[in-house]
Structure formats: C-alpha cells, structure tokens
Design a protein around this ligand. Sequence first.
Ligand SMILES: C[S@@+](CC[C@H](N)C(=O)[O-])C[C@H]1O[C@@H](n2cnc3c(N)ncnc32)[C@H](O)[C@@H]1O
Length: 311
Amino acid sequence: MEGMHIPVLVKEVIDFLRCESSGVYVDCTIGDGGHSYAILSRSAPGGMVVGIDQDIEALKYAKERLSCFKERVIFIHDNFCNIKEILKRINILKVDGILLDLGVSSRQLDSAERGFSFSHDAPLDMRMDRRRGISAADLVNDLSFKDLLGILRRYGEERWSYRIVKAIVREREAHPIRSTSQLADIVKSVIPISYRSKKIHPATKTFQALRIEVNKELTVLEEVLRDAVDLLNHGSRICVISFHSLEDRIVKEIFRGMERECSCPSEIPVCMCRGKRTLRGLTKKPVIPSEDEISINPRSRSAKLRVAERL
Ligand SMILES: C[S@@+](CC[C@H](N)C(=O)[O-])C[C@H]1O[C@@H](n2cnc3c(N)ncnc32)[C@H](O)[C@@H]1O
C-alpha cells in the first residue's frame, strides 16, 4: 500500500510482549497496523488485538491491512486516554500486553491536507482526530504572545521562540496565518542562517510544539500510562515507543514512580497492596533501533522503547 507507515522496533516489541495464542493485547496506536500485524501473526491462532486510534483514516487502512485476521481484531475509534472505558465497553477486564507507539504515522505526515508537515503546502490543521479540538491555525492566530511563547519553549524547546512568536504576531496583524508554508516561511525568516541545520528544517521544533499542543499529546500520555498498567494481568508487559525527549521523560518518570510505590487510590485509607511495587522496569536504558533499521527507515532514528512488567 502506497505511503504505508513502516513500524519501528517490531521484533523487539514482539519479543518483549511474549505473545501467546490465549492472549489479549491492546495496540493503543494502531496506525497502519504494522505492529498489530506482527502481534496477531505471533499469537496465532487465537490471540486477539484491540486496536485503538483517534484518526478514523488510520483505522480505515488498519482494517484493510488486518482483514485476514477477521474477528481476532477489534477496532476502536477513540483516544487512548479512554482505555479503561473502552475495554469496559467491550467487556474486557484485564489484558496480556499493551503497546503505545506514540506520535504521528508517516502516512499522516505525508498526507498533505492534514497540515502536519512543512514539506507540503496545506491548511495548518494538525488534529489527529478531526472531529474535535482546536487546529494549529487557531492557536497561531488566536493565542496571546505569552501563551504561544510558552508552547514553543515548553514543547519545542526552541531556542529562537521569542523571535518566532514576535514574527508570528506581526504577520497575523496583517493577515491570518492559514497554511503550513506561510508558517514555515515566517519561522525560517527569523532564524539566523548560521544557526540553520543542513539536515533539519528550521520550522521542525515549531511544528512539533504546535502538534503537541493541538493533540494534548503529553497530557494524554500521562493519563493513559497509569490506567494501562492497572489493566495488565500480573506478569504482563507494557511497551512504549516515544520519539522525543519530552515523551521519553514522562514514560521514564511514571514507570520509575510505579517501580517504587503501590498504585492504590489515595482515598483508600489502608493501602490495599501494602506498599508493594506495581511495576518492574525491563529496560534500564531505552532500546533504540539498530544502524540497519535506521538505514532502511530513517524515521526510526529517534525512536526509544521502554518496557515494564506488571508485578
Ligand atoms: C506512530 S503511529 C503508529 C503506527 C503503528 N504502530 C503501525 O505499525 O502502523 C501513531 C498512531 O497513533 C495515533 N494516536 C496518537 N495519539 C493517539 C491518542 N491519544 N489516541 C489514539 N490514537 C492516537 C495516531 O493517529 C497514529 O495513527
């Protein structure tokens, strides 16, 4: 299929998940279905996948690709932060493995009209779920100078944030900023030539920051991790693939916290699990793609996989 997303670290994920024919696995970010395909193949003939995506178009491709597995896959159009309600709705109480492969897929990035990339001129949208939320154009045109600056600094860690936001505000006073190229040109115009990288587009960090804010990516990640761990059977594993340091830090810190403490709700006066640890980390350092994988799929170069096991 043209434009298909190449899944990253597939062998590593499959080995960590130890897929079995009696298992139920949740792919929280099914995308084009690459990881799910591998999970279903490894867990044949009986293993099941609940595949979640908030992008209806991604689900369309996943359904086509995974049609050969018939009723072994359940497709859910929702945000993964609702994982508990989703599983309750389909009468699943516990699962044998969970995968989150964060961010956007190559198909979303390469699909011009979605507005995720400065490589195509398109409306500045960036919403993964186009049924709801605020587009990147709305943020850029409506937020105050201070709020926009905060987003670029926090989520883009952009050194030139102040200059960029000043230029955005100047431009939007003349006419609204509606397209990806318009924004990319504004950013490019204020970053000194001597600081521009040959490999990375000057607007990369600005686009990343806006995408994170539009999709509330860090907030939903924090929400889903605790709920996901609660849903794991004892001895089952959660795998998280992240693509930038902000995500990786959240995964590392939440896993570390759960490796130390129990997860009983604070309103329970006497701790139910008597302070037992909830998780055992299996990756002291994150697993990263091999040189071979990066040469075949350059987009995998920033991937980091962290895995933990429910105790
Ligand atoms: C990197 S891709 C996953 C690719 C997939 N593993 C594969 O093999 O094709 C990430 C996918 O997760 C989806 N996604 C990102 N955040 C999400 C969220 N909060 N809830 C549900 N889906 C999400 C995106 O729409 C995208 O399709």
